[in-house]
Write a protein that binds this ligand. Structure first.
Ligand SMILES: O=C(O)CCC(=O)C(=O)O
Ligand SMILES: [Fe+2]
Length: 331
């Protein structure tokens, strides 16, 4: 694959494991990531995508799922690099709550943490528009944002396994999430290697980017995993990752090319009462968060959202109606 920078990214067929299997855990521990087969059925993946469209159309900016000419930036919600929508109530959209309520999703996390007592993140979704129609829709090159999502000083050791549920077919041409296998093993060395950089990273910010010439980025070939709709990719927050769009797209593409719902569950026992209180409030006020369930960051206060023009133009979704199973994931 052609890259404008120097790191090769390989599109790869990797093993896919049953949710909650011993083998999935062993692979995750060794590789720093794992693909869970059909965490959602194909029908559930399609339903999640339809619900995401309901959310987008519900923003009231004139988006129509059937008409790509209505998907311009003037109507589309603010996206981070990588096409991630973090805000405007998406973390409490019916779509995100629907997939959190699917037992096979929780089962994978329950096996990791050896407990059923889990809390869910309230995070967003990565949606990629067909950039053959508008080249500006092509997401930022992965090479510019290889990162980990765990502060190397304030959060030592294994703390979080984050994930995404893939909703559309994947291919080399489309691209997707990029992982550097086994790179979670480098985490402990980072405080010594990046003393100065880390000195500038607030202890509660769990996003650390690597310069492109860091040898860890080429320690193993970087991979994009082939996934079926409904598959869930899990990775250790210490594993170096990003997303990268492919280089070719057929001229007549006129639908979304990638849809990946971000999801993370962590043990309830890690959260203190003050975090639980904020989480209850987040559901009431439709506040989205990061992947971490035991510390609270309001995604509506991310700099990219605060800087966005016209952010009052978006109509937020209605408060979700949750069943007991879903409610148990709040607090
Ligand atoms: O779009 C992706 O796959 C990258 C997501 C990511 O970096 C994250 O959720 O932490
Ligand atoms: Fe990340």
């Amino acid at each position: 694959m052609e890259n404008n920078l120097n790191i090769e990214i390989e599109y790869k067929t990797v093993p896919r494991f049953e949710s909650g299997s011993d083998e999935s855990i062993q692979y995750l521990e060794e590789q720093g990531y794992v693909v869970i087969k059909n965490a959602l059925s194909t029908a559930e993946a399609s339903k999640t995508l339809e619900l995401l469209w309901d959310y987008l159309e519900g923003l009231g900016t004139g988006i129509d799922r059937k008409d790509v000419s209505t998907w311009g930036d003037d109507r589309w919600p603010t996206c981070a690099h990588g096409g991630i929508m973090p805000s405007y109530g998406i973390g409490h959209s019916e779509a995100q709550w629907f997939l959190r309520g699917i037992p096979k999703v929780k089962k994978a996390f329950a096996k990791i943490w050896n407990t059923d007592e889990l809390l869910t993140s309230f995070d967003g979704v990565s949606l990629w528009r067909p950039w053959n129609i508008n080249p500006d829709w092509k997401t930022e090159s992965g090479q510019s944002w290889f990162h980990i999502d765990q502060h190397p000083i304030s959060k030592p050791g294994k703390q979080c396994i984050q994930g995404l549920v893939n909703l559309l077919p994947t291919s080399k041409e489309i691209g997707g999430n990029v992982i550097i296998p086994e790179s979670h093993n480098f985490f402990k060395d980072i405080p010594n290697e990046y003393e100065e950089r880390l000195g500038k990273l607030p202890l509660d910010i769990d996003h650390f980017r690597f310069p492109n010439d860091d040898p860890k980025l080429s320690s193993k070939p970087a991979i994009m995993c082939h996934m079926e709709p409904g598959d869930m990719l899990l990775w250790d927050s210490r594993t170096i990752h990003c997303s990268n769009s492919g280089t070719e797209l057929s001229n007549n593409t006129s639908s979304l090319i990638r849809a990946a719902s971000l999801i993370c569950m962590m043990p309830k026992s890690l959260s203190d009462e003050s975090v639980l209180e904020k989480r209850r409030e987040a559901v009431e006020k439709l506040i989205s968060t990061t992947n971490w369930t035991n510390s609270f960051r309001n995604a509506d206060e991310f700099p990219l959202i605060l800087e966005a023009q016209d952010r009052t133009k978006y109509k937020w979704p209605k408060k979700p109606i949750l069943n007991e199973y879903q409610k148990s994931l709040i607090d």
